[in-house]
Design a protein around this ligand. Structure first.
Ligand code: DGL
Length: 259
C-alpha cells in the first residue's frame, strides 16, 4: 500500500456522494473509486450477516482496484459491518460514517432534535451507545423505513409524500435534524419544506477531516506538501461503478457531485 493507491468509497447506492463531496473539497489530489451497490439497496432492512457478506464482496473488489483506504459512506453498513471488516482485513484501514449526534451535543445541546436514520442504524448497538452517551433528553428517534430507497429512485413526488406522512408531526417541535443516512442530505430542501427552518447535522465533513488525518499519519497522503485549495473540477479522478451497471445511476452520480 502506498501513496499512489486510490481511496475506495461505497454505499448501498448513490447516497454516499454526499460524503464524497465533502472529501474531495479537502482531498482533491487523490484518485477515487466509488462503488454504488444498487443491486442490494436498501441495506436498512437486512440482517447484520447479510450486510457483512455484501460488504465483504465490495471490499474485495475495492482492494482489487488498488485502494489504499476504504470509506464506508453508509451509516447502516458502518453499524452492521465495520467491526467484521476490520477483523477480517487487518491490513486495510476503514473509515466509517456515523450519525452526527455528538455534534448536537457539542453545538446545539439545548434544542429539541430529530434523528432520522434507517431502521438498521437505529436498532444497532453502536447507535444506541452513541445516543446514551450524548443524550440531550429532547431527542426523537425516527426509523425512516424505505426512505433511502425512494431517494435512490429519485421520485420527488414520492419523497414529498413520505416526508409529509412521516415527519409532519415534528413541525414546530424540533430545531435540529440529524441526517443519519447518507442519502438524506440529498433531500434537505424537502425536509425543510415540511419542518420549516431547522439546523442539519451531517457527519460527512468530520469524516473527511478524519480521513485526511489518517492518511497523513499513515504517510498515505498523495502530495502531502501541497495545499488543498486547487480547483477541484480540473483535478479530480473519480471512477464510478454500480453493482447493476445502471447507466442512469452514473449520470445522476456525476450530476449530484457537481451540484
Ligand atoms: N445511505 C445508507 C445509509 O447511510 C442507506 C442505507 C440503506 O440502503 O438502507 O444508511
Amino acid at each position: 500500500m502506498d501513496q499512489t493507491g486510490k481511496i475506495g468509497i461505497f454505499d448501498s447506492g448513490i447516497g454516499g456522494v454526499t460524503v464524497l463531496k465533502e472529501i474531495i473539497k479537502i482531498l482533491p489530489y487523490e484518485d477515487y473509486v466509488y462503488y454504488s451497490d444498487s443491486k442490494n439497496n436498501p441495506y436498512g432492512d437486512k440482517t447484520n450477516e447479510e450486510v457483512q457478506k455484501i460488504c465483504d464482496n465490495i471490499v474485495k473488489y475495492l482492494i482489487e482496484q488498488d485502494c489504499k483506504i476504504i470509506v464506508i459512506a453508509c451509516n447502516t453498513a458502518s453499524t452492521k459491518a465495520v467491526e467484521f471488516l476490520r477483523k477480517k482485513y487487518t491490513k486495510m484501514t476503514f473509515v466509517a460514517i456515523e450519525p452526527a449526534y455528538k455534534m448536537v451535543h457539542d453545538y446545539s445541546y439545548e434544542n429539541p432534535t430529530l434523528v432520522m436514520a434507517t431502521k438498521g442504524t437505529i436498532e444497532s448497538e453502536k447507535f444506541n451507545l452513541l445516543l446514551k452517551k450524548y443524550d440531550n433528553h429532547k431527542t426523537y428517534v425516527l426509523p425512516c423505513v424505505g426512505l433511502a430507497d425512494i431517494i435512490e429512485q429519485g421520485d420527488r413526488k414520492q419523497i414529498k409524500q413520505y416526508l409529509n406522512d412521516n415527519i409532519g408531526i415534528y413541525k414546530n417541535k424540533v430545531k435540529n435534524v440529524v441526517l443519519g443516512c447518507t442519502h438524506y442530505p440529498l433531500i434537505q430542501k424537502e425536509i425543510e419544506e415540511v419542518l420549516g427552518k431547522v439546523e442539519f447535522f451531517n457527519g460527512a465533513s468530520s469524516l473527511a477531516k478524519h480521513l485526511k488525518e489518517i492518511l497523513k499519519q499513515k504517510k498515505l497522503l498523495r502530495f502531502p506538501g501541497i495545499s488543498n485549495t486547487l480547483n477541484v473540477q480540473s483535478t479530480l479522478n473519480i471512477e464510478f461503478k454500480d453493482s447493476q451497471g445502471i447507466e442512469e445511476k452514473e449520470k445522476r452520480f456525476y450530476s449530484l457531485l457537481q451540484k
